[in-house]
Design a protein around this ligand. Sequence first.
Ligand SMILES: *Cc1c(COP(=O)(O)O)cnc(C)c1O
Length: 402
Amino acid sequence: MAAACGLLDGAGNPKPTIFTEMSALAAQTNSANLGQGFPDEDGPEWIREAAIEAIRAGVNQYAPGRGSLDLRQAIAAHQARHYGLTLDPESEVLVTTGATEAIAAALLALAGPGDEVVTLEPFYDSHAACIAMAGATHVTVPLVPHGGGFRLDADALRQAVGPRTRVILVNTPHNPTGTVLNLAELEAVAAAARAVDAIVVTDEVYEHLVFDGARHVPIASLPGMRERTLTISSSGKTFSLTGWKIGWVAGPAPLIDALLAVKQFLTFTSGAPFQRAIARALGTGKAGGDADINALRDTLSYRRGLLMDGLAAAGFKTVRPDGTYFVCADASPFLSAEVADGAAFARWLPGAIGVACVPLSAFCRAGSPTAHALANWVRFTFVKREDTLRTAIDRLAGLNGA
Ligand SMILES: *Cc1c(COP(=O)(O)O)cnc(C)c1O
């Protein structure tokens, strides 16, 4: 099964993800690791204290299968407050082991052999792996740079969606490109889904990490989309607590029930004390985490500027991300016969100057037109301490002489 889905290498070992490979290389070479996108500072202390309190208070056994009710209520309130989406916490919210489990449960529950699942390309690696595990066929719509940003091609979307399309899986704000889909793009996805009666599954884990006044709009909030959309998010990116793996999915009760049927045999439940703490973090006003979210966004906005300036000074062409914590850069000026594309550049860079990044081809299907179009592009993350970013920028400045 794992072999059939392309998850093993030729020797039968699990293929390491590109993030694992690049982080190992970064560690060996003592590089500033701007490859793997995890924060190097922990989330707010009061939220961590809330988890410790929950453990001391005896919240240490299985949480309810759908997640603890206080967290489901907090998620429903969060969706109402930010997006005007009303959800019944009893039947329309499911707590999962990170967004990762929600994505897996959604694809295993909703798609199978003969079904097509449409995603953007480049795409997050787990999306492709879960489509393969579900036995469904992966169809992609390119997101390529033009007019300064990576934008969705509505014609390509219309062509990709057809009678076999069961799920359109959309990630916005988008990893790796930093694109925040605009209203016209979201409406194109919604129209395509309605045309063939497909379900939309959205991965919105960067929902709060948007910059320069960009606005994240969940597709579920567009007219007629609530009943066919599953909205997935997670506390990992929002609160810099990626190790806790508290995620969730919200949508109509019959779809949530279908996911629950799968989820109960994936993990059953997880993270009871962390659920309690995230229920408080999602709260509003002085008792909640809104101020922490705003502070993280401000810090990231500053670091985005720092990294973009550094990359530009080093000679890279970049695309300004409206969201997430990644900047994509075209490494073409630094390529040669020996270091011929973005993947080779990413493998070469740590040893050469002590900086790690990841190639965009790792987010594409091998040999696809998008993989070809983005062959020279790499992704740098700015969710790192300022001193790490400055070290990386100093080292990148030496690239022309390297
Ligand atoms: C980090 C990430 C996830 C994983 O979220 P978890 O809550 O850690 O499981 C899912 N989707 C995207 C696009 C991500 O970048």
